[in-house]
Design a protein around this ligand. Structure first.
Ligand code: AMP
Ligand code: ZN
Length: 464
């Protein structure tokens, strides 16, 4: 049984997909006016963990992520840059895809761009106007009438007294205290160049919130399983998505709302506006590996705040090195004797799955993994592992890495040179060429590689 914390009901709930064995999920994507910072990447990493775990549990997942290439910010910044909106946003869209690949984040099945869905948005807005949920104002904008939708405020737990009935908010982002009628369509304004489309209400462009509703329903249907985003998306973005979608279709919209907590720097949310952010490139330039960054971003539970430090990435690298060292050592076990049950591999796998089934409890899952890892190292040190149980343990590691996605991420580690040097040294020792063997050992040492000769051959690990 899988459980998730559902923001809509503020409690952990058993997860039941609408269609057994299939999950449809929508994950709010980047606003492409700048390079993603690692706070944004934490959100995509949580969604990757969620998707990989569901797939691991043999559930087929369809994931959609939007590219917001038209909103207040993309318009302002593209105009400042002097480039067209298209050229400007394409650059950051490309870099977003590069970041996903670098971090081994599985690609969503669809990445719709908002600008490609304007006609669909106009249709949905028209439906809302026809049904009396939306109204046009003088400047050609269309607003959603919050008072017409009885369930407004349920997701963000708004107090009805907080809502300023009959007043309007034009910006896409605002605080709970500013809960009012919000813009579905924004009439053309001076100073926004020629970034506008024709509509039944005059020239203009969509508001941010309607973009996600329309693209989600286009690919996943009016009613689907999971919708994700960072906690900052709960209000107003997701609250507004629910109102627009349900009002337009008359059906429920999403069953499970999952939100990740923020990545913090010195106790403050990492954000472009606070100018306290690192991009992925910044961290790679400092010499950190993609797999260590990936591990850092997923190894704290998604609903806990994660205070970002370089120290955390270093600790992550050590954890990955240990898993890789274990893999190499298990691969070199040749003994036919040894205690097969000793390793408790099945037990570890069961616990790993049980923890993740409980609202993606990654700390518990990693705890079970490393208890098992430590037990195997201890058994390897006294040669109590048979080749058969080593193979079983290796299979388990491979399975686990379907979820973690760190072991084969060769961002910076190519072991072929190390393997070749070790082979040369083994040959030198056979030839009793001790001077050459020592020279190779020293060379490896200078590469921060420590070697050890065991009855099964030479093993290596990275120095700390
Ligand atoms: P944006 O490009 O600003 O629309 O954000 C893309 C995604 O990143 C959204 O799901 C946000 O909620 C999420 N996000 C933004 N800042 C952070 C942060 N510091 N920590 C975690 N997630 C964030
Ligand atoms: Zn969205």
């Amino acid at each position: 049984m899988i459980r998730f914390y559902n923001t809509l009901h503020r409690k952990s709930e058993e997860f039941t997909p609408i269609m057994p064995g299939e999950v449809k999920m929508y994950t709010c994507g980047p606003t492409v006016y700048n390079f993603a910072h690692i706070g944004n990447l934490r959100a995509y990493m949580f969604e990757d963990l969620l998707r990989r775990f569901l797939t691991f549990e043999k559930i087929s997942v369809t994931q959609v992520m939007n590219i917001t290439d038209i909103d207040d910010k993309t318009i302002r910044r593209s105009m400042e840059s002097g480039e067209t909106l298209e050229v400007f946003t394409q650059r950051y869209t490309n870099s977003f895809y590069d970041d996903l690949d670098t971090l081994n984040i599985q690609r969503a099945h669809h990445y719709p761009k908002a600008t490609e869905f304007i006609s669909h948005m106009i249709e949905v807005i028209q439906t809302l106007v026809d049904k009396g949920f939306a109204y046009r104002v003088e400047d050609g904008s269309v607003f959603f009438k919050v008072s017409s939708f009885a369930e407004y405020g349920k997701l963000a737990n708004l107090n009805p007294d907080q809502m300023r009935i009959g007043t309007r908010v034009v910006n896409d982002e605002y605080e709970k205290e500013e809960a009012r009628d919000f813009a579905l369509w924004k009439g053309k304004k001076e100073g926004e160049g020629d970034i506008h489309w024709d509509s039944p209400w005059g020239k203009g462009r969509p508001g941010w919130h309607i973009e996600c509703s329309v693209m989600a329903m286009h690919y996943l249907g009016a009613h689907f399983d999971i919708h994700c985003g960072g906690v900052d998306n709960i209000f107003p973005h997701h609250e507004n998505e629910i109102a627009q979608s349900q009002a337009a279709t008359g059906e429920p919209f999403v069953n499970y709302w999952l939100h990740n907590e923020h990545l913090l720097v010195d106790g403050e949310k990492m954000s472009k506006s606070a100018n306290n952010f690192y991009t992925l490139r910044d961290l790679l330039d400092k010499g950190f590996s993609p797999e260590a960054i990936r591990y850092t971003l997923i190894s704290t539970h998604y609903r806990q705040k994660l205070n970002f430090t370089f120290e955390k990435i270093k600790v992550s690298q050590k954890a990955i090195n240990r898993l890789r060292e274990l893999k190499r050592r298990l691969e070199s076990v040749k003994s036919t004797t040894g205690e097969t049950e000793l390793l408790k591999t099945d037990d570890m796998l069961k616990k790993f799955i049980e923890f993740l089934s409980d609202d993606l409890n990654i700390s518990g899952a990693l705890g079970a993994l490393f208890t098992w890892v430590n037990g195997i190292f201890a058994a390897l040190d006294v040669n109590r592992i048979s080749a058969e149980s080593a193979k079983k343990a290796l299979n388990a590691l491979t399975k686990i890495d379907e979820v973690l996605g760190v072991l084969d991420l060769q961002g910076n580690e190519d072991s072929s040179e190390i393997d070749a040097l070790i082979q040369q040294r083994t040959q030198a020792r056979k030839d009793k060429n001790w001077a050459l063997a020592d020279e190779i050992r020293n060379k490896l040492q200078s590469m921060n590689i420590i070697i050890e000769d065991t009855p099964d051959g030479t093993i290596w690990k990275k120095g700390s």
